[in-house]
Design a protein around this ligand. Structure first.
Ligand SMILES: Cc1cc2nc3c(=O)[nH]c(=O)nc-3n(C[C@H](O)[C@H](O)[C@H](O)COP(=O)(O)OP(=O)(O)OC[C@H]3O[C@@H](n4cnc5c(N)ncnc54)[C@H](O)[C@@H]3O)c2cc1C
Length: 412
């Protein structure tokens, strides 16, 4: 049986090689999530070289999902994507190459996947590095490690790439998979936008997203380290409001936790934002007031919220309310915290903004320079926390792979 597969695989491989014009040389700049997926999909179609500035590929991919690799989400095709431009292009591509397609692709590389109760899909072994490994093992093409591409030019039909060490490379096609500006310790410092800029592309404003938020800390100084489980978090800004549920963690600079991470995707770039924490979504303000009144005289004033919220939170609320029961009840349901900023790109998981979608066609090929493509976070598409960004890396990489495959087929 094994022999049957290996014999037939050789035949398939042989036919692939005569069907496609493998002499077409494609450079993939960036050996991250989208670059590696694209490389595996394209290796039998074009002669592929992956350029990665780090000493190894997939450094960020191996750290995703707290090291567990939240690769996609069962709700991948729902409204979880943002763009300053026409987000429907991204959604169309994500519907074409959806979570089922991504899961099938990863399974074809030898992984088994499992979703958690929130629809977040992980490799069964819960190791993000296993995803990188599977991609590495599946890719047999060339990889230039520790090679940062610093310049790119197109002369006639070919692209010349210059590496930081002075080496020059020539290619027929280039795909920019350099990622965004978030988490520069993984190699993503925004230099990909400058490379695209050398070929005439612009970029939208860029903001850190999926990041901890800085707030006014006047009323939360004593709460550092406390986690509020299943809070309801509302953000208000001029002309907008958004509410979501999840955990909020108080920190010395403001707030963190999954609700805050997810909220940061909605408020990035917005001015004068105030967060309101509802500590007890299941109970009404009236119920709160009634309960507090019933405890008057039985509990010290500072301890009236004892048994209702975390004791330290309760004391902070009573202090902020100046002992007023109606005000304290209102604060339990909406504890306002003006946002003063975020921890910034170094701590963010993704970049909001990037190469504008109206500068690429439906295959993610540049409208300015033929033969130049984009995939992943470098484009002006960002996803919500929960596997949506790797899903975009996959969908965009597959889109480019299909386009290049069709092009190669047409050229035989
Ligand atoms: C800590 C952390 C956890 C995350 N967890 C999740 C998660 O669980 N689920 C999820 O969906 N998303 C997660 N994300 C987001 C997700 O990792 C990214 O959106 C995704 O990796 C983007 O893929 P990409 O291919 O566009 O870029 P990247 O994966 O960032 O790869 C870009 C690569 O290009 C290289 N590069 C850049 N410039 C050059 C150059 N000039 N020359 C050569 N190489 C270059 C970089 O070194 C890098 O390796 C997380 C992000 C972080 C930081």
């Amino acid at each position: 049986m094994e022999k049957f597969f290996s014999e037939n695989f050789k035949k398939i491989d042989f036919f692939l090689r005569i069907e496609y014009n493998v002499s077409m040389k494609t450079a993939i700049i960036g050996g991250g999530a989208s670059g590696l997926i694209l490389a595996t999909a394209l290796q039998n179609v074009n002669e592929v070289t992956v350029f990665e500035r780090n000493e190894r590929v997939g450094k960020k991919l191996s750290a995703t999902g707290n090291g567990q690799g939240n690769v996609t989400n069962l709700a991948a095709t729902k409204e979880e994507y943002f763009s300053f431009g026409n987000v429907s292009l991204a959604k169309t591509l994500i519907s074409r190459y959806d979570d089922t397609s991504f899961a099938a692709y990863l399974e074809s590389l030898g992984l088994l996947l499992l979703p958690d109760e929130r629809g977040r899909v992980y490799p069964a072994g819960r190791q993000a590095s296993a995803v990188t490994d599977a991609l590495r093992f599946a890719y047999a093409g060339k990889t230039e490690l520790a090679t940062k591409i610093t310049d790119i030019e197109k002369t006639g039909k070919v692209f010349s790439l210059t590496a930081e060490d002075g080496r020059l490379f020539v290619f027929d096609r280039v795909v920019l998979c350099c990622g965004g500006k978030a988490a520069k310790n993984f190699g993503t410092d925004g230099n990909g936008y400058a490379l695209a800029g050398k070929l005439g592309h612009t970029q939208t404003p860029l903001y850190p997203s999926l990041v901890q938020l800085k707030t006014d800390t006047t009323h939360i100084k004593t709460l550092k380290g406390i986690r509020v489980i299943n809070a309801s978090l509302t953000a208000r800004w001029q002309g907008g409001v958004h509410t979501l549920q999840g955990d909020v963690i108080f920190t010395e600079y403001g707030v963190s936790g999954d609700a805050v991470f997810r909220m940061s995707a909605f408020i990035a770039g917005k001015q004068n934002v105030t967060l309101e924490i509802d500590f007890l979504p299941p109970f009404s303000q009236e119920k709160m007031e009634e309960t507090l009144k019933s405890k008057l005289g039985k509990f010290p004033e500072t301890e009236l919220l004892c048994g209702i919220v975390n004791n330290q939170v309760g004391r902070a609320i009573m202090k902020r309310a100046g002992g007023d029961i109606a005000r304290a009840s209102a604060l339990v349901k909406a504890f306002p915290l003006p946002v003063t900023g975020s921890l910034g790109f170094d701590y963010a998981q993704v970049t909001k903004g990037g190469i504008p979608l109206d500068e690429v066609d439906e295959n993610l090929q540049s409208k300015k320079v033929k033969g130049l493509y984009f995939a992943g976070e470098i484009l002006d598409v960002d996803g919500q926390c929960g596997g949506f960004n790797l899903q975009w890396a996959y969908a965009s990489a597959r889109t480019v792979a299909t386009a290049l495959e069709e092009e190669a087929r047409g050229q035989v």
